[in-house]
Ligand binder design. Structure first.
Ligand code: XMP
Length: 319
């Protein structure tokens, strides 16, 4: 829209004035906020921006490739892709407690980001995709803390030992405005209107200990679910939808043989604020199709179940 074009011009001028000829670092996660911030800042200062994309190996199917293709490929943004999957997996070995996993992933993330940032000593600014609701939330965090059930380690948390000034060009925007801005900057709508994805990623969607074998199975099951949701026109009717890996084996039958494989649960919810949520009343035809495809295409999974729990008492994620 015209309004958005004017907004971009103003925001670009402001960023240029703020940073001058300085170098800027941004932690790119592939999420909406950091992506839009990267696109906007790149529009303003081009190669003065370097993005650091810490890939913890717990992203969705082909997500890392897509982020690289979009930013480094299409937009020509300087992106350092840090493939830290092995590193994260090693730290998660033997850990099955959900909060412990969140802490490890969050801590490791900051550490890898700091190590990479240290390689760019000329940078003076740290850019973040902080949006207006984040500003309000952190202002009220003292009172809110007591009500937090799960510790959220969002990718891109501020490493405060870095002596950098903060650049937060989305601070005044609501989520809808950030999305609109993203589209106006040329980001593909399917990326900008994607369901929210937790910082610890598949780390909290593989119940118990995270193993790389499980990551591969879950990524493929989840991709099938999302693809079929889109095919059936249900993606935008749900607020969040994903597959969960259950490290439980059950008996199945295939041809003349018996199988003894893992279970995947499908979760889809409708909510306006993520504080309460209803399970989505997906058509049986869609559920049947997803189940058939997962069992036929993902060897290692022989059973698919659908989660019909509301929040409360269940949470949206299983961990
Ligand atoms: P729950 O499972 O608590 O989730 O009903 C509510 C919303 O928060 C997301 N979520 C997280 N996001 N880091 C995040 O960035 C986390 O550790 C985390 N845990 C849950 C969840 O995906 C849902 O949108």
């Amino acid at each position: 829209s015209w309004v958005m074009k004017d907004y971009i011009e103003t925001a670009v001028a402001r960023i240029r004035e703020q940073v001058g000829s300085d170098e800027v670092i941004l932690g790119l996660s592939g999420g909406v906020d950091s992506s839009v911030a990267a696109a906007l800042i790149h529009r303003a200062i081009g190669d003065q921006l370097t993005c650091v994309f810490v890939d913890h190996g717990l992203l969705r199917y082909k997500e890392a490739e897509q982020v690289m293709e979009m930013f480094a490929g299409n937009l020509g943004v300087k992106v350092i892709h840090v493939n830290a999957a092995e590193d994260f997996m090693k730290h998660l070995e033997g850990v099955s407690d959900p909060e412990q996993k969140r802490k490890i992933i969050g801590r490791e993330f900051v550490e890898v980001f700091q190590q990479e940032s240290a390689k760019l000593p000329s940078a003076k600014w740290l850019a973040q995709g902080t949006i207006y609701p984040d500003v309000i939330e952190s202002a009220g965090s003292k009172t809110k803390k007591a009500h937090t059930i799960k510790s959220h380690h969002n990718v891109g948390g501020l490493p405060d030992t870095l002596k950098l000034q903060l650049l937060e060009p989305l601070r005044e925007l609501f989520k809808d405005e950030v999305r609109e801005l993203g589209v106006a900057l040329g980001l593909p709508p399917h990326m900008v209107y994607r369901h929210p994805f937790p910082g610890p990623g598949l780390g909290v969607r593989i119940l118990g200990e995270v193993k790389s074998e499980f990551v591969g199975l879950l990524q493929r099951a989840d991709a099938i679910f999302i693809e079929e949701l889109r095919n059936f026109g249900w993606y935008d009717k749900t607020s969040q939808a994903f597959a969960v890996f259950l490290p439980v084996k059950s008996v199945g039958v295939m041809g003349d043989g018996r199988t003894y494989d893992y279970v995947v649960a499908l979760r889809a919810v409708v909510t306006s604020d993520f504080m309460t949520a209803h399970w989505a009343e997906l058509p049986y035809e869609l559920l049947g199709r997803v189940s058939n495809r997962i069992i036929n295409e993902v060897r290692g999974i022989n059973r698919v179940v659908y989660d019909v729990s509301g929040k409360p008492p269940a949470t949206i994620e299983w961990e």
